[in-house]
Design a protein around this ligand. Structure first.
Ligand SMILES: [Zn+2]
Length: 217
């Protein structure tokens, strides 16, 4: 059976033809390249030198050809490659994604039970979220550019939108709470809670898409 790899997210599809759309990143069929295909250029070489075993020889040749004289990366580029190599974005993203649900639950409890202390705890949690977001977004952009060539298929557009909604609603919540620390006891509490729920959903969507890209399922 033929194997096709998505050139954007590296998803592998088995079948006679590439899928219409990549189930992971939504790229269309033209972005799929057949893999494990005997390279046509090497066929004449095989004929000329029948003494050499064809199988391992081919793969050896591929390996010799592959590491094209690596352009020496310097400074910033090297840091960017290291960040991608060591999965900085998926690692860092657990900070806001771990704290956010707790902060929103605390806010809900503070609102339901009219318990001011809980809203302060939620506020402090949200500060940790906002502090981590610049690092998460920066490493996300680096990974997107390096690993996915800055592809703008639907999945990446959604991810960017979800990250933006998360960041904006987090800033709104923090600023609003700073201006009016008693917001949860005011009639506008519902709007405030709504913004926080939107933030949680957006963070969940961004995380879900991230997981899909990492695990390809
Ligand atoms: Zn893909």
């Amino acid at each position: 059976m033929k194997q096709w790899q998505c050139s954007i997210c590296k998803y592998i599809h088995k079948g006679e033809n590439p899928p219409e759309k990549c189930p992971v990143c939504n790229a269309d069929a033209s972005k799929f390249v057949e893999i494990n295909k005997a390279p046509t250029l090497e066929k004449p070489v095989k004929k000329e030198s029948p003494a050499i075993k064809p199988g391992p020889d081919e793969s050896e040749k591929k390996e010799v050809l592959k590491p094209a004289p690596a352009i020496k990366e310097t400074g910033l580029k090297k840091i960017e490659s290291l960040l991608v190599k060591h999965h900085a974005h998926p690692v860092l993203v657990h900070t806001p994604n771990g704290i956010l649900p707790a902060a929103v639950i605390l806010l809900l409890l503070a609102w339901i039970f009219d318990y001011a202390l809980l809203s302060k705890v939620a506020f402090i949690n949200l500060i940790f979220v906002i502090l981590s977001l610049p690092f998460v977004i920066l490493t996300g952009i680096i990974e997107w550019k390096k690993k996915y060539n800055g592809a703008l298929t639907l999945i990446f557009k959604l991810k960017i939108l979800a990250a933006t909604v998360t960041s904006v609603s987090c800033v709104i919540s923090l600023v609003w709470f700073l201006i009016d620390p008693k917001i949860l006891s005011s009639p506008k509490a519902l709007i405030f809670i709504f913004i926080n729920i939107i933030m949680l959903i957006a963070a969940g969507i961004a995380g879900h898409i991230g997981g899909k890209l990492v695990f390809k399922d």
